[in-house]
Design a protein around this ligand. Structure first.
Ligand code: FAD
Length: 532
């Protein structure tokens, strides 16, 4: 089992660290290197380890602002070799300690934390790539691709690839997260129904395994590691580089939202639109999501500002009248060559949709502004001190055949009746055939399934009510036989729950763990193989 410095000298060291944190002056007088276990001090990377209060504070919290796990130290690597040295050291130690890569720390349940272990601050690598953090190339077999450091932010991938007139095809809604962090989960958004999640768009990776080995892997080479790492919740290795598929980038976006008061009409239209999903199919949408409007709040949220101010009151009237309004959100990308067809194509796609007449809204914005649409809301919240607050998020995948039961039991009964939900609630379908079942990511068995995102935010003293609601939702699904899978899982506490989550993949997941991280060192904060 993993790995918490169990021996007496380590416990003494940890006690000293604990005391030094309680007494900041004492902590300052005793820099970490004095407290390092003797063997760690001999490592060449010792000068890249820190345990000062700033380093520890950052590494022991995340965007969720709910879980706190104190690591013994934080590594600020200057290269992948530094990370390999640390992991090798832990792996060969008689009492191996935990190690967690921390990308941007945008997890919400402590997944990038390592109690008593070492957190690797991946962002440090950005200062040491010498301009090679993101490079664009072409090959006859792959076409255009970008080699991207695992620590790079997607927003930087966007800007760098756009310099070549290119871009990845699959995006998350929010871009200030690292490539390694989203590939460890899946990386989903409005393009997933057509292009698959981000993990479906990776050709190759460099990974440091839990034994400290540097391995280049792809579908052809070291494929077991390749499929393990994609969606692998950080369990098998630390991603140092990912090779990501690129395509010519569009310039602009027609962005449309349509409102529904009837869930089955909304879901039927969503499912119809995602059924047109060929990668090269010109008449397919480029993006499809959906969200709930509830509780007479403003129709816009931090996630995006969309509706014209002049329409707010009639939208609020609609929400007041019906309680829940379902908002279908789609986009079609275009450039100079397609500018003359885009409206016609949209018109054809929208034929027969049953949104409420008069409640369709359209915007025309640049491609960059569309992809980066959450950023302005983030900056606004930051300026109000409302970004770094608790975020008891819950993300689920729900099979299509049970989405109607989910709507009545969860949206209408639990969420609407409790009236405590603060933040966007997303609901939109995806196609299973755009996912690769050999990867670690877990999705429902049906051809079409929905993603549901409760993106709650709360005060520091009332997040628990939302946490209770999340648990109630999970319990309801369990009792009603709705076979949900958690995305970005954080509510599984027992081995049995993880086993149930992975289903038929559990055996392979365990075997891969024994193969690539036999001492169970990596990403303990996921709580799969250890209860950190
Ligand atoms: P971290 O939180 O730092 O790490 C996440 C996990 O990955 C940890 O277990 C960590 O140990 C591991 N890890 C980190 N880096 C590496 C690496 N290089 N190699 C191996 N393992 C690593 N997700 C979506 O899919 N779509 C969305 O639209 C979306 N929107 C979001 C919006 C917001 C505001 C937030 C807060 C989150 C959103 N997420 C979304 C969730 C997000 O994708 C995950 O939380 C992701 O892990 C964040 O990346 P990060 O760099 O912050 O990872």
């Amino acid at each position: 089992m993993a790995a918490n410095f169990p021996s007496t000298p380590y416990l003494i060291v940890l006690f000293l660290i604990y005391i030094s944190r309680l007494m900041p002056t004492l902590g300052n007088a005793n820099p970490w290197t004095n407290l390092l276990p003797a063997k760690l001090q001999t490592l060449q990377i010792a000068n890249r380890l820190r345990d000062d209060s700033d380093a520890i504070r950052l590494a022991s919290s995340d965007y969720g602002n709910i879980v706190r796990e104190i690591p013994a130290a934080v590594l600020y690597p200057s290269s992948m070799n530094d990370i390999a040295s640390l992991i090798k050291f832990a792996h060969s130690s008689s009492s191996p300690f935990n190690i967690a890569a921390r990308g941007q720390g945008h997890s919400v349940g402590g997944q990038a934390m390592a109690r008593n272990g070492v957190v690797v601050d991946m962002t440090s690598l950005r200062n040491h790539r010498n301009g090679y953090g993101i490079t664009v190339s072409w090959s006859p077999s792959m076409g255009f691709y970008a080699d991207v450091g695992g620590e790079q932010l997607w927003v930087d991938v966007l800007h760098s690839t756009l310099e070549h007139g290119l871009a990845p095809v699959s995006w998350t809604d929010y871009l200030y997260m690292t490539v390694g962090g989203t590939l460890s989960n899946a990386g989903i958004g409005g393009q997933t129904f057509r292009y698959g999640p981000q993990i479906s768009n990776v050709y190759e990776m460099d990974v440091i395994t839990g034994k400290g080995d540097f391995v280049t892997c792809s579908a052809d080479k070291n494929r077991e590691l390749f499929y393990a790492v994609l969606g692998g919740l950080g369990q098998f290795g630390i991603i140092g580089r990912a090779r990501i598929a690129l395509e010519p980038a569009p310039k602009r976006v027609k962005w449309v939202r349509m409102l529904y008061n009837d869930f089955s009409a909304f879901a039927k239209d969503q499912e119809h639109l995602v059924s047109i999903n060929g990668r090269k199919q010109k008449n397919a949408l480029d993006y499809l999501e959906g969200l709930l409007l509830m509780h007479q709040g403003p129709p816009d949220s931090w996630r995006s500002s969309f509706f014209p101010l002049s329409d707010h009151s009639r939208i609020i009237y609609l929400v007041t009248k019906y309680g829940i309004i379902y908002c279908l959100e789609v986009a079609k990308f275009y450039d100079d060559r397609s500018i003359n067809y885009v409206d016609k194509e949209l018109q054809i796609l929208f034929e027969g949709l049953s949104f409420i007449p008069g409640y369709s809204f359209e915007k025309d914005i640049s491609y960059v502004d569309f992809l980066n649409r959450v950023r302005s809301g983030e900056l606004k919240l930051q300026s109000q001190g409302l970004w770094d607050i608790p975020h008891p998020f819950l993300n689920l995948f729900v099979p299509k055949s049970q989405i109607s039961d989910f709507n009545s039991g969860v949206f209408k009964d639990i969420v609407f009746n409790r009236n405590i939900t603060t933040g966007p609630v997303l609901v939109y379908p995806m196609n299973r055939n755009k996912w690769d079942d050999r990867m670690s990511a877990v999705i429902p068995d049906e051809d079409v399934f929905y993603t549901i995102g409760f993106l709650h935010s709360s005060g520091f003293d009332d997040w628990e009510a939302l946490d209770v609601q999340n648990k109630e939702i999970l319990l309801f699904c369990n009792n009603a036989g709705i076979e949900v899978k958690q995305y970005l899982p954080k509510y599984y506490k027992t081995k049995e729950e993880w086993k149930n989550h992975f289903g038929k993949k559990w055996r392979a997941f365990q075997e891969r763990k024994s193969q690539f991280d036999p001492k169970m060192i990596l990403s303990p904060g996921q709580g799969i193989f250890n209860n950190n």
